[in-house]
Design a binder for this molecule. Structure first.
Ligand code: PLP
Length: 461
């Protein structure tokens, strides 16, 4: 084949067959809506939102093949044929021996943590994820962050900010002994660091170390195909390998995985636990009956498993991933051109605006990211979310954590919005930026005890 030399954009490898109409609102309507919602975008009605960037979880658009798959649902209680399709897809694309479906990612985390973790165990991981860490702790374990230091700095341009600091792991093994570490939890990509990838080289070094000590590696494979894209783009020796081949290589360096299929796998609900060890599989198939459902449906309808099996195949396509991350990078580059301060390098599933640099006249106690998220909504109906002092919550003594990063997250659902939507987002944020000096801080008027960012309410000062 003749080599392509001309520049080609990332345009979508699909066309649109059905559309969902959106309600257009006025500034006055949005001001009322956000005031009623206590300046918290989580409390807005989705009906009042124009472009919804709250999360990429369960919000992707399914293909016609996936929708057709729903009609092929075999809703038998046991042994549904859709289960076998899903099992085949997990074997074919990820290479794991055994798979148990779960209602979503945290269902798999619950079962795996209960089986592998004993009281007093240490679970190292490349930055925490909320539900993953909580299940490890509920099972009696302690999570220890072993991500490289660069991940905590929003301006550091390290190409693999999801990497694990191997020396940190060695120190943990020395300190606690390998017997206290049942597994290392490796996330691809690292959500809380802004969708940052881990390199294959790093994973190989970790494999070498853990194998020498008999420690398992469990993959949080929620966005493994997005991680594979960055390896293909940035890591020596991978430019000519397909995303599918890279995904399979990543999985081959691990012993099992938990999956939230609501992200990479392009479904609205679903997940699974995958494992190579037969004993762990047998215990998990016992336990899933208690928490999720029989091991051949795990809390899902047959049709959900069919859509997931098809979504997995679509998710590892090079064309799909080029457009998916291409769109995120398009948005990020445009924001950068407009002078908007964002976290770099641009990650796989969204853009994170640095609210401290956007609103330098506000103190962190005045909730800069919270108010910025509300102002963007008022300007254009674009819904984003706070990832700063509100999300960080309070410590055991009741004092506010003061996280280094005070961010507004713009998470991009897969295959849902167009380039024109991205342009409107940029125009809106640019407009808010030009009027930033007029933005006043907030004060909290209601604070729930747990995970306060979901339900807290605010007023302008
Ligand atoms: C979403 C997510 C989970 C949890 O999955 P759910 O399907 O929401 O239960 C675990 N890890 C990461 C990295 C995630 O993004």
């Amino acid at each position: 084949m003749k080599k392509e030399t001309k520049k080609r954009s990332w345009a979508e490898p699909y066309k649109i067959k059905m559309v969902e109409l959106l309600k257009m609102t006025t500034v006055a309507q949005r001001k009322k809506a956000i005031t009623d919602a206590g300046y918290n975008t989580f409390l807005l009605k989705s009906e009042d939102v124009y472009i919804d960037l709250l999360t990429d979880s369960g919000t992707s658009a399914m293909s016609d093949q996936q929708w057709a798959g729903l009609m092929l649902g075999d809703e038998a209680y046991a042994g549904s044929k859709n289960f076998y399709h899903l099992d085949d897809a997990v074997k074919k694309y990820y290479g794991y021996k055994y798979m148990i479906p779960t209602h979503q990612g945290r269902g798999a985390e619950n079962i795996l943590s209960k089986i592998l973790i004993k009281d007093g165990d240490i679970i190292p991981g490349n930055m925490y994820f909320t539900t993953t860490r909580l299940h490890q702790e509920l099972a009696g374990g302690t999570f220890v962050d072993v991500i490289i230091d660069e991940a905590h700095d929003s301006t550091n341009l390290h190409p693999f900010k999801g990497n694990i600091d191997i020396t940190k792991v060695e120190k943990l093994i020395k300190k606690h002994g390998a017997k206290k570490i049942p597994y290392i939890c490796v996330a691809t990509t690292v959500n809380m660091a802004g969708g940052q990838p881990i390199s294959m080289e790093n994973l190989k070094s970790l494999r070498k170390l853990t194998q020498a000590h008999g420690i398992k590696i469990i993959l949080d494979m929620t966005r493994v195909a997005e991680n594979a894209f960055f390896i293909q783009e940035r890591e020596t020796g991978y430019a000519k390998k397909s995303i599918a081949a890279i995904v399979k290589e990543i999985c081959s360096l691990t012993d099992g995985a938990t999956m939230s299929a609501k992200k990479d796998a392009l479904v609205n609900i679903g997940g699974f636990l995958a494992i190579n060890d037969k004993d762990v599989y047998e215990e998990a198939s016992n336990m899933v009956v208690v928490y999720e459902g029989l091991h051949t449906y795990g809390g899902l309808a047959g049709r959900d498993m069919e859509a997931m099996a098809i979504g997995i195949a679509e998710s590892v396509s090079d064309e799909h991933m080029k457009a998916r991350i291409g769109q995120v990078i398009y948005l990020g580059e445009k924001l950068k051109e407009a002078g908007i301060p964002i976290v770099e390098p641009i990650g796989g599933h969204g853009i994170f605006i640095d609210a401290k640099r956007f609103l330098p006249h506000l103190k962190q106690e005045q909730f800069p990211a919270q108010v910025l998220s509300a102002e963007i909504y008022i300007d254009s109906g674009v819904r984003t979310m706070e990832r700063g002092i509100v999300s960080a919550g309070r410590n055991a003594k009741g004092e506010n954590y003061h996280p280094e990063l005070e961010l507004v997250r713009l998470t991009i659902p897969r295959r849902v919005y167009t380039q024109a939507h991205m342009d409107v987002i940029v125009e809106s944020i640019e407009n808010v930026y030009n009027n930033r000096k007029k933005i006043k801080g907030l004060k909290m008027t209601y604070e729930p005890k747990y995970l306060r960012f979901f339900q807290a309410r605010f007023k302008t000062i």
